[in-house]
Design a protein around this ligand. Structure first.
Ligand SMILES: Nc1ncnc2c1ncn2[C@@H]1O[C@H](COP(=O)(O)OP(=O)(O)O)[C@@H](O)[C@H]1O
Ligand SMILES: [Mg+2]
Length: 266
């Protein structure tokens, strides 16, 4: 009996539990036998080359793609029964290519994260306004609330999209390649902001990137995906991987990858 209780407690501390997940588009298998468990409070980076299945994995977790084979549990519940989607915030890869000529202020863009709750054309109540301002403050964008979104830098826009995902106060925030539009000199500050969301607000973070440069300094855990999960561990374990292990972990040539980095390729 005691053993059973312990086991269920352990389940509870995993915010995401993935078992034997395989997924294919038509005849191409893009994810194969993925087993992954993400602890509450962690900050996980999923790294892997282009086309390695990173976005597909996120879309499966978000219920945007239908499970074919395997299991996903969210907050201890089978994804097929899960309904509490406001507990999960998501900023898609497409957020970077948002049409910024669109005439909307920073406040309006962040507030659009509440439309599910308040309806698109309803007036925003004070309580909702406070939530929007708190979200903008959390990403360091409150002072820009009246600016047009199109007047901001890529990094600032990305912060606003994160604020939009934060207004529903999620416990888990999922970001697909969030640093792609961020200028190199602002990347550290951007990760600093994510770190504060993780540490001060207790939000579990999961982000996808193909940029492994110094990722282990920024996050608590790293998972290397290339169709299969080649490595999953904490940042220390990731740093301790030797070059050969790294290549194995990645499923591709690390030498090529680091070379690519030195010359500032993306
Ligand atoms: N809707 C789709 N239909 C068919 N193939 C797809 C679709 N989306 C992605 N793919 C393919 O699946 C593989 C993994 O894609 P994706 O998950 O987007 O990788 P990543 O995010 O790591 O770049 C790629 O080969 C991609 O071309
Ligand atoms: Mg992708």
């Amino acid at each position: 009996m005691i053993l059973k209780i312990k086991a269920s407690e352990q389940m509870m501390s995993s915010i995401i539990e993935i078992k034997q997940l395989t997924y294919r588009y038509d005849k191409d298998t893009v994810l194969e036998n993925i087993n992954l468990s993400i602890a509450e409070g962690s900050f996980l980076a999923i790294v892997g080359p282009n086309g390695s299945g990173k976005s597909t994995l996120l879309k499966l977790i978000l219920g945007l793609l239908k499970l074919q084979k395997g299991e996903i549990h969210l907050f201890g519940q089978d994804i097929n029964k899960f309904k509490d989607w406001q507990r999960i915030g998501y900023v898609s890869q497409k957020a970077n290519s948002f049409n910024t000529d669109f005439p909307a202020t920073v406040f309006e863009v962040a507030a659009s994260g509440l439309t599910k709750r308040i309806g698109m054309f309803r007036r925003i109540k004070k309580e909702h306004e406070d939530k929007v301002l708190a979200a903008l403050e959390a990403v360091g964008m409150k002072q820009y609330q009246s600016r047009n979104i199109g007047e901001l830098s890529g990094g600032q826009q990305q912060r606003v999209f994160i604020a939009r995902a934060l207004v529903s106060e999620p416990q888990l925030l999922i970001l697909d390649e969030p640093t792609v539009g961020v200028d190199a000199e602002n990347v550290n500050a951007f990760y600093q902001m994510l770190d504060e969301l993780n540490k001060n607000k207790g939000i579990t973070l999961m982000l996808v990137t193909h940029d492994i440069g110094s990722i282990s300094e920024k996050v608590s855990h790293v998972a290397c995906l290339n169709k299969r999960l080649h490595f999953h561990g904490d940042s220390k374990e990731f740093e301790n991987l030797r070059m050969e292990d790294m290549s194995k972990a990645y499923g591709y040539d690390m030498q090529l990858l680091t070379h690519h980095h030195e010359y500032g390729g993306r």
